[in-house]
Design a protein around this ligand. Structure first.
Ligand code: PMP
Length: 391
């Protein structure tokens, strides 16, 4: 039977990793993979996490099963950072641990489907896995334009999708540091989005995978908090894999906001059943390490410091690119106002290919770059190469 399976196209970004690894040119630049890098090109373990892991090794007495909801100490410790001091919203908000933000998105889509959602509106372009998850769960994807050609957010398109959505529809928005464009809604646009959700039928699904990588932990949560304050119900997928540097340890959480506190147990029981059938329970180690950081004031301060260093480095890279003005046909100025790891450059597939073959610069075929792949030692080369292939 298995011989009936057609080969699937390999994941383009994973294929790019291999090509980059095999390239022997010393000045090669990797702008493909979606991880933070220091100015030296490393993706180190956070010092706060290292210390927490050491404590975990010393203090952990059992690895016996927890349950489908995972480490609730971790899930609850994250609430004030993501949702604000009064984050539990009078008992209407509850979370559970998931295998990364991917697990949280998957569970959000699956539980929304159980609740009657058959169509989810999604800004295009989006993180490619959003569409893959919708297709795999069996929910229709309805696309709207995320950005305007001038590099600003197309909030009108999101508002139209929210206002036009009927019962049985959801709208999925990135909370901050939009992947792949880096283009986020302004606070005023979030205010309008929150009002539109409050006055409409759409279920809000918010995906927060980069909190703290844009303007700060509080600033990056503005939209999420504004929407949650305005609506009766919502689902929030959260990833700690970037802002705690946990990537392969797969640390995430899914939070549900219920119409009233009495409904939260029914929602949670459905989430538990779906998680049980999918992965039974999430991997423990990373969530436990994040819990230790968040329950210790010194480690929390250290983590926030490390996060700030990352954020400021990415801001400096963005500013240097914007200061370069234009590179050939590409206007780099908008990058200064975009957030997080990614931006999309207006380059063709052929130009992306030439950057790789002629200049050893690796980026996604969509024109997405990871700005953290750039630093003082390679920005000039990058700008010159971009000018050479687009000029
Ligand atoms: N949502 C978005 C928008 C993302 O970009 C990512 C990761 N690249 C995720 C969710 C999932 O992150 P992870 O599963 O690695 O925690």
């Amino acid at each position: 039977m298995l011989d009936r399976l057609e080969p699937q196209a390999p994941d383009a970004l994973l294929a790019l990793i291999k090509l980059y690894a095999d390239d022997e040119r010393a000045d090669k630049i990797d702008l493909g993979v979606g991880v933070y890098r220091t100015g030296q090109g490393d993706t180190p373990v956070f010092a706060a996490i290292k210390q927490a892991e050491q404590r975990l090794v010393e203090e952990q007495e059992s690895k016996s099963y927890l349950g489908p909801e995972g480490d609730m100490g971790f899930v609850n410790a994250l609430i004030p950072h993501a949702f604000g001091r009064d984050g539990t919203m009078g008992g209407r908000l509850q979370g559970m641990q998931t295998p990364g933000g991917t697990g949280a998105v998957r569970l959000a889509v699956a539980v929304a489907q159980r609740a009657g959602v058959s169509r989810i509106h999604l800004g295009a372009p989006s993180w490619p896995n959003h569409a893959q998850i919708l297709a795999d769960v069996g929910v229709e994807a309805a696309m709207f334009e995320h950005a305007n050609p001038d590099g600003t957010a197309n909030a009108e398109a999101a508002l139209a999708a929210i206002r036009g959505a009927k019962e049985g529809e959801a709208v999925l928005l990135h909370g901050c540091c939009h992947n792949p464009t880096g283009i986020d809604y302004s606070p005023e646009e979030w205010d309008a989005i929150a009002d539109a959700f409050a006055g409409g039928a759409a279920l809000p699904i918010l995906d927060l995978a980069y909190q703290g990588l844009g303007h700060g932990m509080e600033e990056d949560a503005y939209g999420l908090r504004r929407v949650l304050d305005a609506v009766p119900e919502a689902l929030v997928a959260y990833s700690c894999d970037k802002n705690f540097g946990m990537y392969r340890d797969r640390v995430g959480a899914l939070y549900a906001l219920a119409r009233d506190a009495g409904q939260i147990d029914a929602i949670q029981s459905n989430l538990n059943a779906l998680a049980r059938a999918a992965w039974s329970m999430p991997p423990d180690h990373g969530g436990a390490a994040v819990r230790i950081v968040l329950r210790d004031a010194d480690l929390t301060a250290l983590w926030l410091d490390e996060l700030e260093t990352m954020r400021e480095r990415m801001r400096r890279v963005r500013q240097s690119l914007a200061d370069a003005g234009t590179a050939g046909a590409v206007d780099l100025a908008p990058l200064a106002h975009q957030n997080g790891l990614f931006s999309v450059l207006p380059v063709s597939k052929e130009q992306v290919e030439r950057l790789r073959t002629e200049h050893a610069i690796y980026m996604a075929g969509s024109g997405r770059i990871n700005v953290a792949g750039l630093h003082g030692g390679n920005i000039e080369k990058f700008v010159q190469a971009l000018a050479a292939v687009t000029g």
